[in-house]
Write a protein that binds this ligand. Sequence first.
Ligand code: LMR
Length: 391
Amino acid sequence: MFETVTAPEPDKIIRLMGMFAADPRGDKIDLGVGVYRSPEGKTPVMAAVKAAEHRIWTAQDSKTYVSLRGDPGYLDAMRRLILGDGVPEARVAAAGTPGGTGAVRQVLETVHRLNPTATVWISDPTWPNHPAIIDHLGQARRSYRYYDAQTGGIDRAGMMADLAGAVRGDLILLHGCCHNPTGADLLPSDWQAIAALCARTGAIPFVDMAYQGFGAGLDADAGGVRHLALTLPEVLIAASCSKNFGLYRERVGAVLIVTEGKAAAEGVLAGMNRQNFAFPPDHGARVVQEILGDAALRMDWRDELEAMRRMMEGNRRALAEALRGETGSDRFGFLAAHRGMFSLIGGTAAQVETLRAGHGIYLVGDGRMNIAGLTPDTIPRVARALAEVLA
Ligand code: LMR
């Protein structure tokens, strides 16, 4: 069967991971895939995760199946983490998934089955796996204007004008915080405008929440999705614990559906899980549940997450400052205003390639930089190279 098959090209993020791994240069710098790194360049296991794993290892006496939607305690903890206490539990259906990507896939496949003619509106640009999954399912998609490369901010007028074309049942895919790849986040007034647009058109917001806690803080980062959940009849959410719990390879995610039809939605999600992978992974979800359910572990986790967030903010300021020194201009000042792990720093594909080939600095091809990949040691070198290549 496979002799005549051409393997699909991996997407640009995955391809870059392979190129970086194969590069023999000792001073190469990985600013590609979205993984947090400490100032020493490590991706540590968070202390609360270690402690929770130890407890689970000591106390767990069975690995039998839990339920198709995962552990109710984990789902309840995720609902509270993302939606806070304002949205009644009776309005929220939930299911565990293998990572945030698993959640995105389950939401999109659910919509594909229930409403195959709906269009999914995605920001221009967005994470490459969004259009890839939508296309794989055969669902229609359209882009809405989002990033203004001239200002490093959001093209609000363009975004709202494009989204006005959405019709009842369409999905509007939004990044809950820390927009990937641009780093330009919606303001509370934008969320209000989008909520009003959805109420008017009947379009359904679908929020990809992959970086809660990396932007402005745990609650502030959820402000937009909470506003939607409090004002609209239906909101779809894909959540990930890869980044904020550092549980990347454990694959911890969840779908939350804010709806008046909770029982039916849970039945659909359980069936969807059954057909795609049956039971969601348990270990990482149990770690999250243990941390969020224990006051001391939760505080420890929040503190470490906050330190990571501040480190990224510090990297942003330091890089913007170094670039100010190198270029004598404020051209890269937007870096300090962006939020989360990523910024689009600009430049052509050829310039990004020059940074990689000539300087050993790896950015994703569209010019996305993982800010968490910078360290105090590498910032001056990166600033020099950027100023030279993007001049
Ligand atoms: C990224 O955008 O780099 C991360 O979300 C990792 C991934 O799966 O692409």
